[in-house]
Design a protein around this ligand. Structure first.
Ligand SMILES: [Zn+2]
Length: 238
């Protein structure tokens, strides 16, 4: 079995239409005593009072909330990089990539504000859809309205003008084809090795459909291995 691995667990795309699947994954996490896990909430959706009450109950139970984009969908796909990113990684979810630096900051601010307006505490972590932050101009980097941002490569901690980035291994399970499952299987194994050899926490990112896709059984067994879940606050020391 080996020594327990430090892990940063996150559950992506928490929005009105995924809440039942989110609950199913939370059940699995509770069973394996895997808390904390951070729920990545998409604010710009049609949240009913009942949906908000479910989210509130989860927050009270101790699951951490983070902001995850605004609508989680790009309005249009622009430019070669965005097209490439949307093909290989994010399909059409990288809503940051169609915005300029000021537009990205405005979207992030709006996303964080939603939590406060709906009676939640302001999240400390922001995760752009598909981990694609987009391009922030130098002066705008000190105006990022969250202390921590997760990207594909790791976690950035913003502290006034200072910015510290820590590269962190990442595992994913969103495999809608067999080819993708094979790829993720090898990729995850390499990331797990990297976590062991570097002593860095392993990011385990879960999506609402994962249990019913090709990596579902793999996810169940990986969550059964000895893990020490940490909050993102420990990912990059302040
Ligand atoms: Zn997402």
């Amino acid at each position: 079995m080996g020594k327990p691995l430090n892990a940063l667990l996150s559950l992506h795309d928490v929005m009105p239409e995924t809440l039942d699947r989110v609950e199913e994954i939370l059940r699995l996490l509770r069973k394996n005593r895997l808390s904390p896990c951070t729920l990545l909430v998409v604010p710009g959706k049609d949240w009913s009072p009942t949906d908000l009450a479910r989210l509130e109950a989860w927050a009270k139970e101790g699951w951490l909330l983070a902001a995850h984009g605004w609508k989680h969908k790009a309005d249009r796909i622009q430019g070669g990089y965005h097209r490439f990113h949307s093909m290989v990684l994010s399909r059409d979810v990288a809503e940051h990539l169609e915005r300029d630096s000021k537009g990205i900051l405005a979207l992030m601010a709006r996303s964080g504000q939603w939590f406060v307006e709906n009676g939640f505490s302001r999240p400390r972590l922001y995760v752009p859809p598909a981990w694609a932050l987009g391009f922030l101009r130098g002066p705008d980097r000190s105006a990022v309205p969250f202390p921590m941002v997760e990207t594909l490569t790791g976690v950035i901690r913003f502290n006034g003008r200072q910015r510290r980035q820590r590269r962190l291994p990442l595992c994913g399970y969103e495999a809608d084809t067999r080819a993708r499952a094979r790829f993720l299987h090898c990729f995850n194994a390499s990331q797990r090795l990297l976590a062991r050899s570097s002593g860095r926490p392993l990011r385990i990112s879960i999506h609402p459909d994962d249990l019913s896709l090709h990596m579902g059984e793999r996810l169940r067994s990986d969550l059964h291995r000895p893990l020490v879940p940490l909050s993102y606050e420990y990912a990059v020391p302040a």
